[in-house]
Design a protein around this ligand. Structure first.
Ligand SMILES: Cc1ncc(COP(=O)(O)O)c(C=O)c1O
Length: 480
């Protein structure tokens, strides 16, 4: 592994090349980054052998105008001039002018295997050509086979699958199951977590940015076991005591369940402090509740060290919820639980028209095969760790980087204007993100104050991609 020190970064780490200065990068780089001297230092995007077909549809301006007139008015977009992407291949995206970008956001940790992965496309096309939809009331080969394969990836007795179309639906179902199974109502979630945008999931979400003024019934938000800003540092069991207190002082002493992400994604890539889940699961189970692991972002090998995020905390949940990476971009989600817990729904019918539809589940099965065959978990571990180490080295060099965290390909870089006070560098984050896009790198942004970069690329991201990302970030921050 390449080791870098603050003062030797540019000579050792980054493979700058005078010829690498592409015309497009030059044209779209801001004046501040463009002096003659800079030309030889612009980082080089790794070569990639694919040229998208020419785009001949409506312009970005026309689409923006339609969007502003007809689409959800609260939907914001990244970048001053919203990006219009028309083509994708593995870890790269292309805009309407054919310009290539390195995708380090993965459609919000959703594109697990790579854009338009040929084997996944083939599975989807083959199923679509044969039979697109009937109903779960008939037998369906794709959903049965995918359920079996999914169950084989889950620990313990977690082997009954309910298919949904999204993470929100999966979490709504899991939370309802926990209330029905236990006969209790109270749910504990973690502050700063995100679980979806329907009634109960929005209540369980612990960030005002994503909550409307809806009735929250029986939801309690526990202290976030956040090693960077939290009051107990990395001491997970200390934070877990807050859950005990909520049970004692905020409920009848019995609860329906507890839900948490192992690494908070939307909240800004906060990995739960070590030892937290073990202690909390004990408390919740003592109070009669079920433990739900929201693996919508951290599942499907993204963390590299494990297939599921919760495994890093040495626990086995009662229910796992999943979406995003499960379908590499298909609308697909799932709840996996034990047969005993699943039986609670048999007193009535639970029917989901599209949940488990043949096309999505054929795609989901192909995703599992690709993760396995292409050793994507191993790549997330190896290349993700390499990327994290390079980002940590950048933190040594630049004061504005307050924290680098996460694992595998679920990484966060928090920008602060003052390391002691941890003052969010919100404007600077926007600036760096905009310049990175201009230089060909797409990353995400999150956290309550919008000052945390979220790096969640397709799991086929390479070491050269990692170098390009880090050298681009270094270049921009150095010029600030
Ligand atoms: C951890 C987590 N849970 C649930 C959801 C909701 O998933 P969806 O947007 O598919 O409804 C998200 C979405 O970002 C998420 O990150």
């Amino acid at each position: 592994m390449l080791k870098i020190s603050a003062n030797r970064t540019s000579s050792l780490l980054f493979r700058f090349n005078r010829r690498s200065f592409t015309k497009l990068a030059h044209e779209s780089s801001p004046a501040a980054l463009r002096g003659d001297d800079d030309q030889e230092f612009l980082p080089q995007m790794p070569p990639f052998d694919y040229t998208p077909p020419p785009y001949d549809g409506p312009s970005a301006a026309e689409l923006l105008e339609k969007r502003q007139r007809h689409l959800n008015p609260c939907m914001s977009y990244f970048y001053r001039n919203p990006l219009f992407l028309v083509d994708g291949k593995m870890q790269y995206l292309f805009d309407e002018k054919g310009r290539r970008y390195l995708d380090a956001f993965g459609g919000i940790a959703t594109v697990s295997c790579g854009h338009c992965h040929p084997e996944i496309l083939e599975a989807i096309f083959n199923q679509t050509k044969k039979l697109q939809h009937t109903t779960a009331l008939y037998l369906n080969r794709a959903s049965a086979e995918f359920a079996e394969a999914l169950a084989s990836k889950c620990p313990g007795d977690l082997n009954v699958v309910f298919f949904t179309n999204s993470g929100t639906e999966a979490n709504e179902l899991a939370l309802m199951i926990s209330r029905l199974y236990t006969g209790f109502h109270d749910i504990i979630s973690v502050r700063n977590g995100y679980h979806g945008n329907a009634g109960v999931t929005m209540s369980a979400t612990g960030q005002c940015n994503y909550k409307y003024n809806v009735i929250q019934s029986g939801i309690h938000h526990a202290l976030n076991p956040d090693p960077y800003r939290g009051i107990f540092g990395s001491d997970g069991p200390k934070y877990a005591k807050d859950v005990d207190e909520i049970i004692t002082y905020g409920t009848c002493g019995r609860v329906a369940g507890f839900i948490a992400e192992a690494i908070q994604g939307v909240g800004g890539i906060y990995e739960l402090a070590p030892g937290y889940l073990q202690a909390v699961y004990n408390s919740v189970r003592k109070a009669g509740g079920l433990c739900i692991a929201d693996e919508v972002q951290s599942g499907f090998a993204r963390t590299g060290s494990h297939f599921w995020g919760f495994e890093a905390q040495g626990v086995v949940p009662d229910i796992i919820t999943m979406a995003k990476g499960i379908g590499n971009g298909l609308p697909l989600g799932a709840v996996v639980t034990t047969s005993e817990i699943a039986k609670v729904l048999t007193c009535h019918g639970y029917l989901n028209t599209f949940g488990g539809n043949p096309v999505s589940t054929a795609g989901g099965l192909a995703v599992l095969k690709v993760i396995e065959n292409e050793k994507l978990q191993q790549n997330a571990l190896k290349t993700g760790t390499y990327l994290k180490n390079q980002l940590l080295a950048l933190k040594e060099k630049h004061q504005i980087i307050g924290d680098v965290r996460g694992r595998g390909f679920l990484l966060g870089v928090e920008l602060v204007t003052d390391r002691e006070l941890k003052t969010p560098a919100t404007r600077e984050t926007l600036y760096v993100m905009e310049q990175m896009k201009d230089m060909g790198v797409l990353i995400g942004k999150g956290g309550l104050n919008g000052n945390i970069f979220r790096i969640s690329p397709p799991l086929c991201f390479t070491r050269e991609d990692a170098d390009f990302l880090v050298s681009t970030m270094d270049h921009i921050i150095s010029k600030m």
